[in-house]
Design a protein around this ligand. Sequence first.
Ligand code: GLN
Length: 191
Amino acid sequence: MLVGVLALQGDVREHRSAIERLGTESIGVRRTSELDSVDALILPGGESTTIDKLLRAFDLFEPVRDRIAAGMPVLGSCAGMVLLARDIIGGISGQHTLGIIPMTVRRNAFGRQVDSSEVEMRWRPDGTTMHATFIRAPWVESYDTDVEVLAVDEAHGSHVVAVQYRNAIATAFHPEISGDDRVHRRLLDLV
Ligand code: GLN
């Protein structure tokens, strides 16, 4: 099994380390030949507007979207969650998303006061606590009924901050920097 981390911008190295801690090989993905070789893909945190522009500049936008639409498991964290959303609130003009998950996310939703924060959340799949780091994070404003909610951030007002829809997992927080590998393991379980 080989997991790709989209390596155009953002915290690529941390995601690769998380995957490798689980005993699985990873590569950075910058071209279609690399995309073709992976069994699953991670869209890292960073800046969604920049990653969107680079996806198009590197001619990767359609190939990435098509592979995910064809069933390749994908995990998007933070900016990656924005990229997976069907609709965004607070995007810049001309910002595109891959439109994979039928949800609307609000960019930079937590506002200046909670620019970055660490909270204990409940991870619904196993009902136990998960430590989560948010950095200029989005939240899920609304979603279709067939989207599964994986986590809600009670500390900041019960916003949905992790979801799964078919082969796509999205988290508003950064699972790659907490040392808690449950989110990455869930991606590997989809392969
Ligand atoms: N605010 C960023 C965006 O909208 C996401 C921040 C992050 O990925 N840490 O792209």
